[in-house]
Design a protein around this ligand. Structure first.
Ligand SMILES: Nc1ncnc2c1ncn2[C@@H]1O[C@H](COP(=O)(O)OP(=O)(O)O)[C@@H](O)[C@H]1O
Ligand SMILES: [Mg+2]
Length: 242
């Protein structure tokens, strides 16, 4: 299946009222890839992530997942196509325990391997196991991010969407999160589409990347190519915190 296009975004335009936030975006993610979308605050990265789930809905263009046109599909049906996300700001359930948060991520189809899936999450993030009965809201930012990713994994996704997993976290924790994503991709072949302002970390992790400016994709290439590109370096890497 390597090389097959899993997610195909073509000419997508998304509006907030009369304001166009995405101006015809083309992005593809192939089976088994890690793809990063980088860009400044307000570029439209989160809007693209949310448009994949149909909220907000694309007003033009098409989004195809595993060969199925999902552009107009209801959001809960899109989730059942086995696309899972860790949204910006993590959005775990603060009053629920770690275990209960993970339960919320499991779909009814997967209950027969629930214990196995929880164990996989704990192997990936041992800190969550140590905090199994702790309420989500009392976890550190890094632990909440781990929980948010763990919850998404409970759905056994074919595609994992991550919106700014490194935001606000200390460098050591960011490394742990990125290492875990790399590990998931390497050992389970999980396909990942990641949005980041941390361009350096994201492009090092990713096979390929896209640069978004004001609702347009302005550049694309392998992670290595973009890291070496003078324009990318000047805009996103020089003087930035790596
Ligand atoms: N709910 C919303 N209502 C109106 N405008 C929004 C909303 N969410 C985002 N925007 C606008 O859309 C643009 C893209 O935002 P966003 O996708 O959040 O960017 P990024 O994730 O790259 O920081 C920005 O101009 C932002 O102000
Ligand atoms: Mg955002």
């Amino acid at each position: 299946m390597a090389g097959t296009t899993l997610l195909d975004i073509k000419g997508v335009q998304t509006y907030y009222g009369n304001i166009r936030a995405l101006n015809g975006v083309d992005v593809t993610v192939k089976q088994g890839e890690i793809v990063a979308l980088i860009g400044a605050n307000g570029a439209g990265k989160s809007t693209l992530m949310m448009t994949i789930f149909g909220a907000p809905r694309a007003r033009a263009g098409t989004i195809t997942f595993a060969g199925t046109d999902i552009t107009q599909m209801p959001t809960h049906e899109i989730a059942r196509m086995r696309i899972a996300q860790s949204p910006e700001g993590r959005r775990i359930f603060p009053r629920m325990t770690v275990m209960e948060n993970l339960q919320m991520g499991a779909s009814l189809d997967n209950l027969q391997h629930y214990d196995e899936d929880v164990e996989k999450v704990f192997t990936l993030f041992p800190r969550l196991k140590e905090r199994i009965a702790q309420r989500g809201g009392t976890l550190s930012g890094g632990e909440q991010q781990m929980l948010s990713i763990g919850r998404a994994l409970m759905a056994r996704p074919k595609l994992l969407l991550l919106d700014e997993p490194s935001l606000g976290l200390a460098p050591l924790i960011v490394k742990q999160i990125f290492d875990a994503i790399r590990e998931l991709n390497r050992t389970q072949g999980l396909t990942v589409f990641l949005v980041e302002q941390n361009a350096f970390g994201a492009l090092r992790l990713a096979n390929r990347g896209y640069v978004m400016v004001n609702g347009n994709v302005t550049m694309s290439g392998t992670g290595k190519e973009l890291l070496a590109d003078p324009e990318v370096r000047a805009a996103y890497l020089e003087g930035g915190h790596h």
